[in-house]
Design a protein around this ligand. Structure first.
Ligand SMILES: [Zn+2]
Ligand SMILES: [Zn+2]
Length: 324
């Protein structure tokens, strides 16, 4: 089968690799599409090291089941699915408490186990979600990052009628804008890239005016310390800051400012199994929910995966690879 492999930082090629074999609890999936996001780019640039090279990237995927493991009951052959690409252990204390995002034994597809940019993948049956066959691939490749956005919104406790600031309108920021607007929240957005800002506006967000502060909630997707600090200064007393963007550089914020501002800081790591994926998947067929594919800007065939990654750094929306 074909797979896009990273051979060294910045260098991707499409090669022929053996098809994976289906374990007893797994399903074999013929992939149809895989989205690209910031964590793929972090591996692509070499900022984040994969366990080995060559390495198959990608974790935002959809496809069709073509084989069932011997112990699998439930999913059927021919079923279209999206993959929940964080295989938590389901037995440790955080998993049993419903905080699977904190599972120390979690396998992260594309980061700690091989990714989804290949013709076929195997996935544990417990981590594939059936979806209707008529849904556009552009919507389905956004299910995973939309679940990251929805989990951040859930953890913030933000209520309809409130307002917030979303920093960054890359694909994660755009999906946050879309989810928050759909929740009845007034969304201000801060983003230096004009095309991304325009796309955020088309989703119902308002570019942040210079005089708006005293906001009850901040969603930060850039991870850039100076930008995070600016965002924190826009919060009202008792405000909540939800940090989603990752960075290893330290934040320059004083304990005094956090204490005096009575700020709640939430580090929002992916999502928790199964509640968050269940919600995103059930909203896919709602006639009132916005189409996730509205955040997609460009699709590329697998043979053009290098161009897809190059485009993803600056594209106005989500870039995905069509494997169908
Ligand atoms: Zn992602
Ligand atoms: Zn666990």
């Amino acid at each position: 089968m074909r797979a896009a492999v990273l051979t060294e930082p910045g260098a991707l090629s499409v090669v022929s690799v053996p098809e994976p074999s289906c374990g007893p609890g797994d399903v074999l999936i013929r992939m149809r599409g895989t989205g690209l996001c910031g964590s793929d780019l972090a591996v692509h640039t070499g900022r984040r090291r994969p366990p080995s090279l060559p390495w198959i990237l990608g974790h935002e995927g959809t496809g069709r089941i073509v084989e069932l493991g011997s112990e699998v009951s439930g999913p059927r052959i021919g079923q279209d699915v999206v993959i929940e690409p964080d295989y938590c252990c389901l037995t440790c204390e955080p998993c049993r408490a419903g905080r699977t995002s904190a599972c120390a034994g979690r396998a992260a597809v594309g980061l700690t186990v091989p990714g989804l940019l290949s013709d076929y993948v195997v996935a544990p049956a417990a981590f594939v979600w059936p979806v209707a066959a008529h849904l556009p691939l552009e919507d389905l490749v956004c299910v995973e990052p939309a679940t990251v956005a929805r989990a951040a919104m859930r953890r913030s406790g933000i209520a309809p009628g409130q307002s917030c600031l979303v920093i960054g309108a890359g694909s994660q920021g755009l999906l946050l804008c879309q989810a928050l607007v759909g929740h009845g929240v007034t969304v201000f957005v801060q983003e230096p890239n004009k095309a991304r800002l325009d796309r955020a506006r088309s989703l119902g967000a308002t570019p942040l005016p210079p005089d708006v502060d005293e906001l009850p909630c901040l969603f930060e997707t850039s991870g850039a310390p100076g930008v995070v600090e600016q965002g924190l200064r826009r919060l009202a007393k008792h405000g909540t800051a939800v940090l989603i963007g990752m960075n290893t550089a330290p934040l320059g914020v004083s304990p005094r400012d956090l204490v005096a501002g009575q700020i709640t800081l939430i580090g929002s790591m992916i999502y928790d199994h199964p509640v968050d994926f269940a919600q995103t998947v059930s909203a896919l067929e709602s006639s009132t929910a916005p189409r996730l594919g509205a955040v997609v800007s460009d699709g590329y065939p697998l043979d053009d995966v290098q161009e897809a990654f190059t485009a993803a750094y600056t594209a106005s929306g989500k870039v995905w690879v069509d494997l169908s």
